[in-house]
Design a protein around this ligand. Structure first.
Ligand code: FMN
Length: 351
């Protein structure tokens, strides 16, 4: 198995555990993956949901929890590689980047928007930066802008395909015809772009495949195509070490293929989730929003179909009937909970 090399960072196992909010990937899951030689990613969005002052002092509670979980994950993984996932669409994105760096995170991974300003925010530190992209076009836009404006490039690129969990960088039409998307071709275009900018900056830019990678043959396929590693979300949810309530993990174990649907999110992007009472209810009537957590720039509390923070906090706490149950397209293939080690061994068995 080839190591995943990102500048001076070397992961023995070329697996990145994808950042999963709210609270699904915090210090426990991230450190468990990192300790075994992979890369653990903490999701930074509303990470302070269980801090005592979260309701009254949300930003401070979030930044305090972010710092706490990064330090804890570094400690528990014996200084393994720990990154943070921050959505560009978040309010207070910049203060979250700054806090993550101060707390000692190794990588900032950003999607749900184009992370145009990320190179300036890392402020000449050694923290690595990675955009999450779903098309060659978006990859070109970001790298061209970083090159022109900041004379720099990405340290790695996460390519998220249409089978991923959470928010998706595809149109509803594309997602309705998921099998007709030739994503492998898009992936190979992105490899070429990474190679072009890598040559210009005299460095290797690893390209990581993500979305619906749930078996060792999926992993082998992308490694054979030229990926330097893979990012996995869904399989890590159904682990004992995942930070979410068991009720949430068990929705994956119990899901059938027909239960997995595309929903509208206040972020302005489609998302993939398990159909439940919450999804049925929001299609009938808009729930009353009594509190705004000020989480997303594009969300207008007056018009939003539901409060995504509340729905995702209900998910991580196991209040399933009132929750948005984000998952990847392959969640229905999971039949039981496993350990992180079992998942990693299974995924890497053919490489
Ligand atoms: C429950 C859940 C929550 C997620 N939350 C986020 C998030 O907050 N930010 C993000 O960039 N990606 C998020 N993702 C995407 C993952 O990081 C990962 O890239 C993706 O799920 C990979 O596809 P897979 O789940 O099929 O392995 C989420 C995925 C899941 C399943």
């Amino acid at each position: 198995m080839k190591e995943l090399v990102i500048g001076n960072l070397v992961a023995k196992i070329p697996i990145i555990q994808g950042g999963m909010g709210i609270g699904i990937s915090r210090s426990n899951l991230a450190s468990s993956v990192s300790k075994l030689g992979g890369i653990g990613i903490i999701s930074g969005v509303n990470i302070g949901f269980d801090e005592p002052d979260f309701e009254t002092n949300t930003l401070e509670a979030n930044l305090r929890a972010l710092k706490k979980h990064i330090k804890l994950a570094k400690e528990k993984s014996n200084n393994g590689i720990i990154g943070v996932n921050l959505m560009v669409a978040m309010n207070n994105y910049e203060s979250h980047v700054k806090t993550s760096i101060e707390a000692g995170c190794d990588i900032i991974i950003s999607g749900a928007g184009l992370p145009m300003k990320l190179p300036t925010l890392i402020n000449n530190t050694s923290t690595k930066i990675a955009p999450i992209v779903s098309s060659a076009k978006a990859t070109n836009v970001i790298l061209k802008m970083w090159d022109k404006k900041y004379n720099t490039t990405a340290d790695l690129i996460i390519v998220e395909g249409p089978k991923a969990g959470g928010h998706l960088g595809f149109s509803n039409d594309d997602l309705d015809n998921i099998n007709s998307i030739n994503y492998d071709k898009e992936f190979s275009y992105i490899l070429k772009i990474a190679d072009e900018y890598g040559k210009k900056y005299n460095k290797n830019i690893p390209v990581i495949a993500a979305g619906g990678i749930s078996s060792s043959s999926d992993v082998k396929k992308y490694i054979d195509m030229g990926a330097s590693g893979i990012q996995v979300g869904t399989r890590f949810v159904a682990t004992y070490e995942c930070d979410a309530h068991d009720n949430f993990k068990n929705t994956y174990v119990n899901a059938n293929k027909e239960d997995i649907v595309i929903v509208k999110s206040p972020v302005g992007l489609p998302g993939r989730a398990i159909k439940n009472k919450f999804i049925e209810n929001i299609t009938i009537s808009k729930p009353k929003i009594s509190k705004c957590y000020n989480c997303l720039i594009p969300c207008k509390p007056k018009d939003t179909p539901y409060c995504i923070s509340l729905a995702l906090i209900n998910a991580v706490k196991g209040n399933i009937d009132n929750a948005l149950l984000f998952c990847g397209a392959d969640a229905y293939k999971i039949n039981s909970l496993s350990s992180v080690e079992e998942v990693i061994n299974d995924l890497t068995s053919e490489i």
